[in-house]
Design a protein around this ligand. Structure first.
Ligand SMILES: NC(=O)c1ccc[n+]([C@@H]2O[C@H](COP(=O)([O-])OP(=O)(O)OC[C@H]3O[C@@H](n4cnc5c(N)ncnc54)[C@H](O)[C@@H]3O)[C@@H](O)[C@H]2O)c1
Ligand SMILES: [Zn+2]
Length: 694
């Protein structure tokens, strides 16, 4: 008795739960199918749907209006209804290889009763599951007479004029009998991207882009979206049947209907699984949105025997990929300052999982982007993570915004408070020298290996120096004293001395190193070298003019302007003067002396001579300390000018290793590789001097 009562109570609770789920799902489905404007991501919808399915299974009950009984959504009355010759159904779904094997077992069980097919192995066709709008085309006497959406599966919307704007769909075909074919109307991802660049209201994704365009009353609007379509099924074919799916596909091709080239016949389930694994890796290369793979039994007679449930065929299965889209709450927007001073709006999100990764931040490009997408703090936003790029906010769920807060355009730099300036679509903090994030990234560039090569000066330490020692400009580095550093957290005597020594050593640098270290916009290592080589001294370079720079050959107008503007900026002038006053002494490229590394200079502009150089094109490593050269850097600079590539570690790709005194592990590694058959030449300092000649 007690048990029965409990059951009733529970049963009541479960019905209530089911009712709530049904209502919610139906509301979501209405926004998705009928309005082409979903409120939640597919992943969220599917999770609720699965919850409902489980409850239905548990209770053995299915509510009258349950979405598990129905296909799609109701057709819109504004379109002329089209009754499909045979109903268009949905697809059963699987998420794992085990699901697929279970499906095969279920089919085999059904077929076991049938003597003809019981012994035959099941052969499958594997296709992409493109995500757009289901399309049904009707041809009569060779003419396209109707184009329709799937609607509720029985009745769709007549959208012939809209369908006709898809250029790849033939208006007439060779076949004369009545024919109804199915496919997917699609918006290519490249078209979506292009469209969104100029659209007043950007589209959230390619699926809604295609569905919204095809179900727009005005075919002119449809035409502007530049849609495509692929066809994959014949629903009705007068007078004749096909034996297999592949035959059907061939017929579609013969009629010149667009067919996706990636359709594969697989001899068994193992082959299907292998194919899926291969295809999953290629989706990032496709220009169409896919949400999975469809696997179908190839033999059409077998299909008939397997039949249909009320919602989908038993002979087909969708294999869903990890979702790339989610909706989540936008909690805040912060403006981050980059190395160039650019302020980038970064969205702080209620963390969500997309494709196995938890995402808590996303980019919003710029202020214009925020306005066009109508993003506000407190809204649910659409988040997309495609492949490995930074997650992006595609738009908002308008219905969720309520009291949401406008995002304001910053007036002052969030890091240093300086008034910002606008350049085109972007906002910048002009305080390039002492704004903390700019200073930190500037110093980390300044001290990097190819620049001033100050070892040990990490970003973290630079931040400490900014916060605790009051470092406000690059030149301040050269004023640091033992007492400043030793008081910092995790600093001991040795570390302090090492960093101070590295800073001191960097004063003695090559002009090209210094020019590169300054971080002039658009000036990389190569240009820095070209400039240093041509101008010889910093004083000359600081006076350079645009025309003169362009006349050097390798330098274009943008770079030339950028160099001239840089040296003219008042703050930069002060900063460079401060560096020179602190003792930084950039030397001309070709220092005379024992090592005498000049000589390559002559080859400038004369390629054949450069190519004859013994180190031209070689991959080289330098290790140990040297007697005839001031530093390894000096040798490196020489080698690079001779056309060699100098790397930091020995590998099979290394051609030559130059060893000084106390060479260490690099020599051991080179010797081991030699023993294994690698052709690495090992040169001592004197052998190197001899080989390079004068
Ligand atoms: N986000 C939401 O609010 C919301 C609401 C309702 C439904 N949905 C989503 O819609 C899906 C539900 O199902 P459905 O029935 O509309 O579609 P489905 O996922 O069951 O797939 C059936 C459709 O797949 C398409 N398809 C693409 N390539 C195909 C191929 N090679 N062979 C056969 N068909 C192919 C066809 O158009 C077909 O109609 C779910 O994934 C669900 O997440 C989302
Ligand atoms: Zn700033």
């Amino acid at each position: 008795m007690a048990n029965q009562k409990e059951n009733l109570i529970h049963g009541g609770k479960k019905t209530e739960q089911m009712q709530k789920l049904v209502e919610k799902l139906n509301d979501y489905a209405y926004h998705y199918y009928t309005l082409d404007n979903p409120l939640v991501s597919d992943k969220e919808y599917d999770a609720l749907y699965e919850e409902l399915e489980a409850l239905e299974e548990e209770t053995g009950m299915q509510l009258q209006n349950s979405p598990t009984r129905r296909v799609g959504g109701e057709p819109l009355e504004k379109f002329e209804p089209h009754r499909h010759i045979r109903p268009l159904l949905s697809l059963d779904k699987s998420k794992s290889v085990e699901d697929l094997r279970d499906w095969e077992t279920r089919m085999k069980r059904i077929l076991a009763n049938d003597t003809e097919s019981a012994t035959e192995p099941l052969e499958y066709v594997v296709e992409y599951k493109f995500d757009g709008l289901t399309l049904s085309l009707t041809y009569e006497k060779g003419e396209l007479v109707q184009g329709a959406s799937r609607g509720n599966g029985e009745v769709g919307e007549g959208i012939l004029e809209q369908v006709k704007t898809i250029k790849s769909i033939p208006l007439s075909i060779p076949h004369q009998g009545t024919l109804e074919v199915q496919g997917e109307g699609l918006m290519a991802l490249s078209v979506l991207e292009e469209y969104n660049k100029n659209a007043k209201t950007p589209l959230k994704n390619a699926r809604n882009g295609a569905a919204g365009a095809l179900r727009n009353l005005d075919p002119k609007v449809t035409a502007t979206r530049n849609l495509d379509a692929f066809f994959y099924h014949i629903n009705y074919y007068e007078d004749r049947g096909f034996k297999s799916h592949m035959e059907m596909i061939q017929f579609l091709k013969d009629q010149r209907l667009p067919v996706d080239p990636h359709i594969y016949l697989c001899k068994n389930m193992e082959a299907v699984i292998e194919k899926i694994e291969a295809l999953e890796k290629t989706i990032k290369d496709l220009d169409y949105l896919t949400d999975g793979i469809v696997i179908k039994v190839n033999n059409l007679k077998t299909r008939e025997k397997l039949g249909y449930t009320q919602k989908f065929p038993r002979w087909a299965m969708a294999y869903k990929f990890e979702a790339q889209e989610m909706t989540t709450l936008l909690r805040d927007v912060i403006w981050q300052v980059g190395r160039t001073g650019k302020l980038t709006p970064t969205a702080i999100l209620e963390p969500v999982e997309i494709g196995g990764v938890t995402v808590g931040r996303a980019t919003l490009n710029n202020y214009g982007d925020i306005q066009r997408k109508d993003v506000k703090v407190g809204c649910q936003v659409w988040l997309r993570r495609s492949n490995d790029v930074i997650p992006e906010i595609m738009g908002v769920v308008k219905e969720s915004c309520g009291e949401a807060e406008e995002i304001e355009k910053p007036v002052n730099c969030p890091a240093c408070g300086t008034e910002v300036v606008e350049k085109g679509a972007h906002i910048f903090c002009p305080n390039s020298l002492s704004c903390k994030p700019q200073l930190v990234s500037r110093i980390s560039h300044f001290s990097s290996r190819d620049a001033m090569d100050i070892e040990g000066l990490s970003e973290k330490i630079t931040e400490q120096l900014h916060d605790e020692v009051g470092l406000r400009g690059i030149a301040d580095l050269y004023r640091l004293e033992y007492e400043d550093l030793i008081q910092l957290e995790r600093f001991g005597d040795k570390k302090t001395k090492n960093i101070l020594a590295a800073i001191e050593d960097s004063k003695d640098c090559a002009l090209s190193q210094f020019v590169y270290a300054l971080g002039i916009p658009n000036v990389g290592r190569k240009t820095a070298k070209d400039l240093a080589r041509h101008y010889k001294t910093l004083e000359n370079l600081r006076k350079a003019e645009v025309e003169e720079l362009i006349s050097l050959g390798d330098i274009g107008e943008i770079v030339a302007r950028s160099v001239v503007d840089f040296f003219q900026e008042e703050r930069i002038k002060e900063s460079i003067d401060a560096l020179l006053a602190a003792g930084v002494n950039p030397k001309p490229e070709t220092p005379p002396g024992n090592g005498n590394l000049s000589g390559v200079e002559n080859t400038e502009g004369d390629k054949s001579l450069a190519e004859e150089h013994p180190f031209y094109g070689k991959t080289m490593v330098i290790t140990g300390s040297f007697q005839h050269f001031s530093s390894r850097k000096e040798i490196q600079t020489y080698l690079e000018e001779a056309g060699a590539k100098v790397t930091g570690s020995v590998s099979k790709k290394t051609d030559i290793l130059i060893v000084g005194e106390d060479p260490g592990s690099k020599l051991q590694k080179a010797e081991r590789l030699q023993a294994e058959g690698a052709e690495i030449e090992i040169l001592t300092e004197s052998e190197f001097i001899e080989k390079k000649g004068t």
